[in-house]
Write a protein that binds this ligand. Structure first.
Ligand code: SF4
Ligand code: SF4
Length: 323
């Protein structure tokens, strides 16, 4: 498709050095380089280049250089180049512009600047040094009233398993395979350090991370990857995932190339096979089916762990929850 966006990068090829080996043609995932057979020359569609420098690294003769295109726009505080280009891109693709790995603009990283607004606290402390406010949060169903044993002052009412977290923030779910083991390990360690919970996503829990079980939510999702008694037993919370979370489309697909020996062991699927997660859970078509899975997981974990259900925020959430 023709684009009206000027190229962000300029591809410079030193003709003296270029030996027409076409390594750059094969290495660029954005089809920037192409071989012109008529002229026996490698050329570039510069508008495709994203400036990753992969071709520069692979070029055997150091013939390539990628430079930022110095093209400028008229100064306008509201209509900055990024805004104009985003509008062009959205108009051309009809898509919503997304970036992976956080915001690509120079905005604050929110975890480091998180402000908790205590607007619902009836008596907020005036001097937080002398009257520190506690953020400890208990998750789990609470009884309408509790009874205490008058002699020992201990709790007589039996309550369902509760989970205590030090901050009212938990980590989102992302699976092993989609993420590397290093990322999963970082999340697990960070959750332990912050006194909260991280979430395995639907790809199972690597054996080396069982030690972080007290800070781990394990997911039971449509593909049932890695679900075993050990997996459930290692967790603090078991989460049933309905639908596909933040993934758009009709389900998840981890290509076979990413299913390495470790991923296959953790997910309990053959190495090198595609891991397909159907959009729905094929054994849940009613609230009763969901209740059955909840009770099966309670049985499997000896009624010691909270079983939570993750659903999309839809208009009939209350009906699903009451079921
Ligand atoms: S990789 Fe380098 S030498 Fe090979 S065709 Fe591309 S620019 Fe030329
Ligand atoms: S810098 Fe990256 S996107 Fe640009 S031509 Fe080279 S490999 Fe392709």
């Amino acid at each position: 498709m023709k684009t009206y966006l000027p190229p962000k990068f300029l591809v410079e090829r030193d003709k003296e050095r270029c030996i027409q080996c076409q390594v750059c043609v094969n290495q660029c995932s954005f089809d920037t380089h192409y071989y012109d057979a008529e002229d026996d020359e490698v050329r570039s569609h510069e508008e495709n280049c994203v400036g990753c420098h992969r071709c520069v690294a692979f070029c055997p003769t150091r013939a390539l250089n990628i430079r930022q295109n110095p093209l400028d726009y008229k100064d306008n505080y509201n209509w900055r180049p990024g805004v104009i280009e985003d509008i062009y891109k959205q108009a051309e693709t009809g898509g919503v512009l997304l970036t992976g790995m956080g915001n690509d603009r120079d905005y604050r990283i929110y975890w480091d600047h998180l402000v908790l607004n205590a607007s619902q606290v009836t008596n907020p402390s005036i001097d937080p040094l002398r009257e520190p406010m506690e953020l400890t949060t208990y998750l789990g169903r609470k009884p309408d009233r509790v009874e205490l044993d008058p002699t020992s002052a201990s709790l007589k009412t039996e309550i369902t398993p509760q989970v205590k977290i030090e901050v009212p923030v938990m980590f989102g779910a992302m699976s092993y395979g989609a993420l590397s083991l290093n990322v999963h390990r970082s999340l697990a360690r960070a959750a332990k350090e912050a006194g909260t919970l991280w979430n395995t996503g639907e790809g199972g829990l690597h054996r080396s991370l069982y030690q972080y079980g007290d800070n781990t939510i394990v997911q039971v999702a449509s593909g049932r990857f890695g679900v075993s008694p050990d997996y459930l037993g290692a967790a603090r919370v078991v989460e049933i995932k309905i639908g596909q979370g933040a993934k758009p489309g009709i389900g998840g697909h981890l290509p076979g190339e990413k299913v390495s020996a470790d991923v296959s062991l953790t997910r309990m699927i053959p190495q090198g096979t595609d891991a397909l997660s159907p959009a729905p859970q094929h054994d849940i078509y009613s609230i009763e089916d969901l209740a059955q899975l909840i009770y099966a997981l309670k049985e499997a974990t000896n009624y010691t762990k909270p079983i939570s259900v993750k659903i999309a925020a839809v208009h009939n959430s209350a009906a699903i929850a009451s079921g």
